[in-house]
Design a protein. Structure first.
Ligand SMILES: O=C1O[C@H]([C@@H](O)CO)C(O)=C1O
Length: 570
């Protein structure tokens, strides 16, 4: 009798060890997960990021705000105190899917009520994937007041990336306006329409340079606008996590005399490819590898330029690539290299086409989809206002959050007619000035079958100006999608799907649609909640360029009362 008992004990011990081993290997989060707590206070303060002094929103005194640094599987807790005297807020955690916490996506009007002045709101969510992510205000046009920052999620200790580097650094790109977000918003919502125009400067890690000349509130020797200096040790390889949260601008980023190898996009490993300049759209993140292998006796320029729109008077953003031990502020002996020609579309299309999933890290998409929605992107005129629309419907964001309205059956909170799944494919000429017949505004939403596979075709077109089609970066909340393809002209619903990349498409959360082109995406509607999908250009979303998806609302757990401040209960 004794032997079998002993054997059973041994077997049990072995099984326990095996179980723990499997947990550690497959679910690093299980063994390592930590809670990371942040205490943030938002304030309006005078700052001079490009030497021009204006009111900006700071987090704990800074803009950009603090970087959230975590490991895969960690829980992030941000205790956010709104000390803006008279202004609400909400913060979106861009690229974090909010699995089982759809109420902490931070999208005012979609997933939560605004956070009132004086209130402290606690966001709590899990960062379930490694990669480079972002956070920013998602309330009106508040992001461009300076409320933004980055989230860096690394792999748990003991697991390595599929590429090698010695050190890593973050580069955050931003465009910068001197007018307040209020002045801009009021202009966009006025008759006659007042466009925001090109930014006054471009910021690299929160620093830029505006030519101050005669302006009293501008001081070029203010240390707040000293160019950012990225110090490298000769011979070492750096992983640069490059992100953009511009209000408007599509950018190119380059390091004078250095190639960059792209290895990550929006938290997914990319089949490596080399670029001299990286095109990056608002809401995107990339990691590139750079070797400090040039003449170490000098410094080099790091520059960013506007592409896709005529930059007019906006100067390039400049930073210094500092080869240690040269002085970090020593100007390179060269003039900053020019960026790519702003209106050449094909180099940008080529970069989009080059971004594929890395071998060994491919998550294949479902082979077929259950529903295809085509989104025609156009400008409209509606009751005299200039708006943007998809399928001739311009989105109106209600202030009762959809998540609450749907859970509590508040049907009066938004339009109950769903917007259309397509446009008049046969008769609409995407190269014509947008005619805007039958343009409407609506707060209606798309309701997706839970767990269904959805294809989205972003179809670009001419704006209301002759021979003009713009670039729009579209961002999906709550999901990553597969990028199945890009094309020029009008998407052919019968033939173009035959060329979809179902082999190694990259997964992303933000993707551009190029001028007069289309972009095809696929995602699984498997994250119960209500999710915004919109152009990441701050003014375009404000002008109606977005939609909302609902999926599996019945599976959403009990909503926390903290998100419900604006909802009147009977
Ligand atoms: O929304 C926009 O308005 C202007 C312009 O079209 C106004 O005429 C522009 O470039 C946008 O992107």
């Amino acid at each position: 009798m004794a032997v079998p008992v002993k054997l059973t004990g041994m077997v049990l011990n072995l099984l326990t060890i095996l179980f723990l081993f499997v947990c550690v290997m497959n679910f690093p989060a299980f063994s390592e997960a930590r809670v990371r707590r942040y205490k943030w206070e938002l304030k309006y303060e005078y700052r001079s990021p490009d030497c021009f002094s204006k009111l900006v929103i700071t987090i704990n005194g800074g803009t950009p705000g603090p970087t959230i640094v975590a490991e895969q599987g960690d829980t992030i807790v941000v205790e956010l105190k709104n000390s803006l005297w008279t202004e609400n807020t909400a913060i979106h955690w861009h690229g974090i899917r909010q699995i089982e916490t759809p109420w902490f996506d931070g999208t005012e009007g979609v997933t939560q009520c605004p956070i009132l002045p004086g209130e402290t709101f606690v966001y709590q969510f899990v960062v379930d994937r490694p990669g480079t992510y972002l956070y920013h205000a998602h309330y009106g046009m508040q992001r461009e007041a300076g409320l933004y920052g980055s989230i860096r999620v690394s792999l748990p200790a003991g697991i390595s990336e599929p590429f090698e580097y010695d050190y890593e650094r973050s580069i955050m790109l931003m465009d910068w306006y001197h007018k307040s977000a209020y002045e801009q918003a009021a202009g966009l919502a006025s008759i006659p329409f007042k466009w925001v125009d090109e930014p006054q400067s471009l910021l690299i890690n929160g620093r830029g340079r505006f030519s101050c000349s005669s302006l009293a509130s501008c001081n070029e020797s203010n240390p707040q606008c000293t160019p950012y200096s990225l110090t490298v040790i000769p011979g070492k390889t750096y992983r640069l996590r490059i992100s953009s949260l511009t209000a408007l601008s599509a950018l190119s980023f380059q390091l004078e005399g250095h190639n960059m190898t792209v290895v990550e996009a929006d938290g997914h490993y990319v089949k490596p490819f080399v670029v001299q300049n990286l095109f990056i759209y608002s809401g995107e993140t990339y990691s590139v590898l750079v070797k400090a292998d040039q003449d170490p006796s000098r410094n080099y320029w790091a520059t960013t330029n506007i592409v896709s729109r005529n930059p007019k008077t906006t100067p390039p953003g400049l930073a210094i690539l500092n080869y240690y031990p040269n002085h970090p502020r020593r100007s390179p002996p060269t003039i900053p290299p020019p960026g790519p020609v702003w209106d050449h579309v094909s180099p940008r299309e080529n970069q989009s086409l080059a971004i594929k999933a890395r071998q060994g890290f491919i998550t294949p998409p479902p082979k077929i989809s259950d529903r295809m929605i085509v989104f025609l992107n156009t400008q409209n005129r509606f009751n005299g206002f200039v708006r943007w629309s998809v399928n001739n419907v311009s989105f109106n964001l209600p202030h009762t959050p959809y998540l609450i309205a749907l859970k509590q059956n508040l049907l009066h909170a938004f339009d109950q007619t769903p917007p259309p799944d397509g446009y008049d494919f046969k008769n609409y000429n995407i190269f014509d000035v947008a005619p805007n017949k039958n343009a409407t505004t609506s707060s209606g939403i798309y309701r997706l079958d839970f767990n269904s596979t959805v294809d989205i075709i972003l179809q670009n077109a001419n704006t209301m100006n002759v021979n003009n089609s713009e670039t729009h970066p579209w961002h999906l909340h709550g999901h990553d999608f597969w990028v199945l393809g890009y094309g020029r002209g009008k998407f052919d619903i019968y033939n173009d799907p035959k060329n979809f990349n179902l082999v190694d498409p990259i997964m992303k959360n933000t993707v551009p649609v190029h001028p007069y082109g289309w972009t095809a995406l696929r995602f699984r509607a498997n994250n119960p909640g209500v999710w915004a999908f919109h152009c990441h250009i701050e003014s375009h979303f404000f002008m109606g360029m977005g939609v909302v998806f609902e999926e599996g609302i019945e599976k959403v757990g009990k909503l926390p009362s903290s998100i419900m401040g604006c909802v009147h209960r009977p």
